[in-house]
Design a protein around this ligand. Sequence first.
Ligand code: ZN
Length: 272
Amino acid sequence: MNSHKIQVTIWNEFIHERTSGALGDHIRKIYPDGIHRHLAASLLTDPRCTLTPVSLDQPSQGLPDALLNRTDVLFWWGHCAHQEVADELVERIALRVQQGMGLIVLHSGHRSKIFRRLMGTECRLRWREAGEKERLWVAAPGHPIVRGVPESFTLPHTEMYGEPFDIPDDGKPIFFSWYEGGNVFRSGVTFQRGAGKIFYFSPGHETYPIYHDENVLTVLRNALFWAAPVEMLPVRVTHQPEPPETIRTINPLETIDTAVLHAPSESKEKEL
Ligand code: ZN
């Protein structure tokens, strides 16, 4: 039996929870230590995984190489500080996803650099903050992410996220949401990028206790195990100078050194 524990890192920009004034006080009542620590405590009921909450204000923006390189599943909650996340970090995360790391993007993370980088689209949507009810429907019965989740459940107060949602067509809808105000949304969608599984889940607005909801926590726990890699792939090597079979065709350019043509992309690849 595999004794490897799934290393889960929960990244949060951790800004709304530290806002001053009545709004900050309200959010702190729901998440006194931040969404990342709340999720770590709420999901840490399973001995098969180790959860590490981190935030943007920490060294290396919370994700030094030593941590990222042993992370099996990364949760991402961000909203107002997407632009502060370093492009270089986004590239390191994208590479790790392509090697097999699972990525679970929460709520306003739809506009994060890492999600847009991996989607290749703007990921815009319609939104409204009116405290209305949301009803979620399971669109993929039998999928591991919906195990133990009722066919439909409601959140009494939510921020509306509505269609059109410009994500790529290869997304598989796992949940659809209907809102009291009439909008609809693909509120849970899976993707694969390289060897990595990605799940976007929209509930999670910080002014309502959405990550205290048992159905929502079940979805996140299921997503964690679904997204965990079976194995991590090594960084891809693209140059293959030695062919597996003998090439008998005479190379017409044998006497000319063409290496210079490949120099820029080769050096870029080494950086990665
Ligand atoms: Zn929100």
